[in-house]
Design a protein around this ligand. Structure first.
Ligand SMILES: [Zn+2]
Length: 280
């Protein structure tokens, strides 16, 4: 059996104090201004991950150093370069291994551009109530946050949909799609995710820190969705050893045997990577 896969990590982000338990927006605001993403951090984090026995990662970075760090540490997997900009439709143009950040932060055309490449891609999705409110009826903190960041919202029409349904309305969901978090995703959307052949990556300790709740993993299993496990970054998770997510899952879902979680870490994760074509 091949080694465990950390299916969602941000290697270049250092450990920083952050506000927990109040949702995504307060968490983001508590660290973003002072968080330098750094090459040396990515190298050190990749070495740590490899030393803990992880065999592969799916890394999300902004500096383009993830692949170099993974290679130096002997890690297999995928290194994505994250793009976001709510009012900028062409951010993925010319960016190799580009992947969009999230529905509330990335222009629909950028997401379409990435998905149209026919390669694996990932997106943070349905992580927090503010994302749902923004897409459902334009309420919640995101409009003010985006305007405060000098984003032009004049092109935006509130879709009145859940995050999963909005992505589906763009025609982007398919077997290459890795939906990260899905903390709030409910039964009907999980069935749609299964129908589209998407994979979900859950990040339990990060979810508990930021929003205080875990996703409906049993619903994911019932719907037949492939589920992978990641740590997310050191700003929301105490360490980057994905095996340390298992005690949380075993306690929260006592009816699920350890072997089922091991499958998420090993066989199912490698199936996604093999389908994606392999290494960084
Ligand atoms: Zn993340």
């Amino acid at each position: 059996m091949r080694g465990p896969v950390n299916a969602h990590v941000h290697l270049e982000l250092p450990a920083l104090p952050s506000v927990g338990g109040q949702g995504l927006v307060p968490w983001l605001m508590s660290w973003r201004k002072d968080a330098p993403a750094r090459r040396d951090v990515a190298m050190a984090n990749a070495r740590y991950v490899a030393a803990m026995g992880t065999a592969a990662v799916i890394d999300i970075g902004n500096l383009g150093v993830g692949g170099e760090a993974m290679h130096a540490a002997g890690l297999d997997g995928l290194a994505f370069t994250e793009v976001f900009g709510f009012d900028q439709p062409h951010l993925a143009d010319g960016v190799e291994h580009a992947t969009p950040h999230a529905p509330y932060s990335t222009h629909a055309d950028t997401i379409r551009c990435v998905a149209a490449r026919g390669e694996p891609w990932s997106i943070h999705c349905d992580e927090d109530v503010a994302e749902r409110a923004f897409l459902a009826d334009g309420s919640g903190p995101w409009p003010d946050v985006l305007r405060a960041s000098k984003r032009d919202l004049s092109h935006w029409r509130t879709p009145g949909l859940t995050p999963v349904r909005w992505l589906d309305s763009l025609g982007v969901l398919g077997p290459n799609t890795l939906l990260v978090h899905c903390t709030l995703t409910t039964c009907a959307d999980l069935e749609l995710i299964a129908d589209r052949g998407c994979t979900i990556c859950i990040c339990p300790r990060s979810n508990l820190h930021i929003t205080g709740r875990l996703p409906d993993v049993l619903g994911m299993f019932d719907a037949g969705v492939r589920v992978l496990i990641g740590t997310d970054s050191l700003i929301s998770s105490p360490d980057l050893d994905v095996r340390n997510e298992l005690p949380v899952l075993l306690e929260a879902f006592p009816g699920v045997p350890r072997s089922r979680w091991e499958r998420c870490l090993h066989d199912d994760a490698w199936d996604f990577l093999d389908q994606a074509g392999g290494a960084a």
